[in-house]
Each structure stands twice: as structure tokens, then as C-alpha cells.
Design a protein around this ligand. Structure first.
Ligand SMILES: Nc1ncnc2c1ncn2[C@@H]1O[C@H](COP(=O)(O)OP(=O)(O)OP(=O)(O)O)[C@@H](O)[C@H]1O
Length: 207
């Protein structure tokens, strides 16, 4: 069960959301500026809501009334950005291993080899990030996020920098992650058609 029932403010921008969902994978769609990224930031603990409650898969991350506000590092979030944000000075293997550091190294649920296989990135391990295609870059970013041993996966328009062919190439990997990793996922996109292939339920943010 997910509860996203909160209000937030960013400068002059205000947004309230009320989503109660029994589904593991939900998508948030909406126009540019509707507040989708801001909602993900609130879930990740990067932006404090004005009020309300955030519960993912039955685990409370924030409750204004009860005074609960888990710090970002304790929320165990895997975050995949639109622009991947791989470290340019590290090769693919080291980018992935960056995810598997600190506490994540002790008895990981998602192991290096398994994640590499799942995402089909074994042949890329020794490569620099500079020559990767957009789809390959996003698969590595997804791998790095999974290796940080998250309890929740947040995806902020992971396909938006890709052309149509590359999108079609990446979608099956996202579907595999959804089915085989079985984490709660919140997927932000501009495109309802795209998210219907990933999410169990689609919510529109904004008016
Ligand atoms: N740091 C900030 N300070 C003030 N306003 C901000 C800040 N960050 C975002 N905003 C404003 O908050 C609103 C929502 O932005 P947000 O990025 O959450 O929307 P979005 O739906 O993700 O948009 P897009 O689809 O274009 O990425 C916008 O009006 C934006 O200008």
C-alpha cells in the first residue's frame, strides 16, 4: 500500500496530492511544471512537505502530525534521473560499484553479477561512460541504483532523453526490473502511453 497524501511548496509553487494505492508500481504523469519531480523529491526526503503523510509499501517515511520525517539516507531510495548522472571519471564497473558501497556491501539483496545479467551490461563493464549510447547509459544508471540496495525505486523520466527506437530497447529492461526485482516503483513521465507499459496504475499530477 502506498499513501502519498501531502502538500508541498517550492517558492511560489504549491501542490497537493492525494494518492492511496494498493499497487506496487505507480506512475505519475502530468504537464511540465505540474510538480512531478518535486513529489519525487518529497518521497526521497530532499524536500519537506508542508503537511501530510508519505508511506511506501506500508512503510512510513513522513508524517507531519506524528512528527515522523525519516532522513534521506535512511529512506533507502534508488533514484534514476532523466540524465543518468553517471560519474564521468569512473568506468562502468566503478560506476556500478559506487552503488554497492557502505552498508549496501553487507549481505546485499541485489548482487553485482545478478544486476549486470538482468540489465545485460556485462560487455560494458570496462568501458568508459563517454562512449555509451543513451539506452546503455540508463541501464548502467539503473544498475547503480539497484546495487545501492534500495527499498524503493524512483524513476524520473528515465526514457525522455532517448529517441523512439532506444525507448523501445530500454522498456523491456525496465519491465524485467519491475517483474524480477519486485521493488515498489514510482515512475514519473510525460507520456501516458509509456507508463501504461510499466505501471499498474497511472495518476495525473496537476489540474
Ligand atoms: N528550487 C525551486 N525553487 C522554486 N521553485 C521551484 C524550484 N524547483 C522547482 N520549482 C518550481 O516548482 C514547479 C514544479 O516543478 P517540477 O520540476 O516539480 O515539475 P515537473 O512536473 O517535474 O516538471 P517537468 O516535467 O518539466 O520536469 C515549477 O513551477 C518549478 O518552476
Amino acid at each position: 500500500m502506498h499513501v502519498l497524501d501531502f502538500s508541498l511548496r517550492r517558492g511560489a509553487f504549491e501542490r497537493s496530492v492525494r494518492i492511496l494505492s494498493p499497487h506496487r508500481v505507480i506512475a505519475l504523469v502530468g504537464a511540465s511544471g505540474a510538480g512531478k519531480t518535486s513529489l519525487l523529491h518529497a518521497i526521497a526526503g530532499l524536500l519537506r512537505p508542508q503537511r501530510g503523510r508519505i508511506e511506501i509499501d506500508g512503510r512510513c517515511l513522513y508524517d507531519g502530525q506524528a512528527g515522523i520525517d525519516l532522513p534521506a539516507h535512511r529512506r533507502r531510495i534508488g533514484y534514476v534521473f532523466q540524465d543518468a548522472r553517471l560519474f564521468p571519471h569512473l568506468d562502468v564497473r566503478r560506476n556500478l560499484l559506487y552503488g554497492l558501497r557502505g552498508e549496501a556491501r553487507q549481505s546485499p539483496r541485489f548482487e553485482f553479477e545478478a544486476v549486470v545479467d538482468l540489465l545485460g551490461i556485462g560487455a560494458l563493464l570496462a568501458r568508459s561512460t563517454a562512449g555509451l549510447s543513451g539506452g546503455e547509459t540508463q541501464r548502467v544508471a539503473l544498475g547503480r541504483a539497484l546495487l545501492s540496495q534500495p527499498r524503493i525505486l524512483l524513476l524520473d523520466e528515465p526514457l525522455s532523453m532517448l529517441d523512439m527506437d532506444r525507448r523501445d530497447e530500454l522498456l523491456p529492461y525496465l519491465q524485467r526490473v519491475r517483474d524480477e526485482i519486485a521493488l515498489p516503483m514510482i515512475y514519473v513521465s510525460h507520456y501516458p502511453d509509456e507508463v501504461k507499459r510499466i505501471a499498474d496504475e497511472v495518476h495525473t499530477v496537476g489540474d
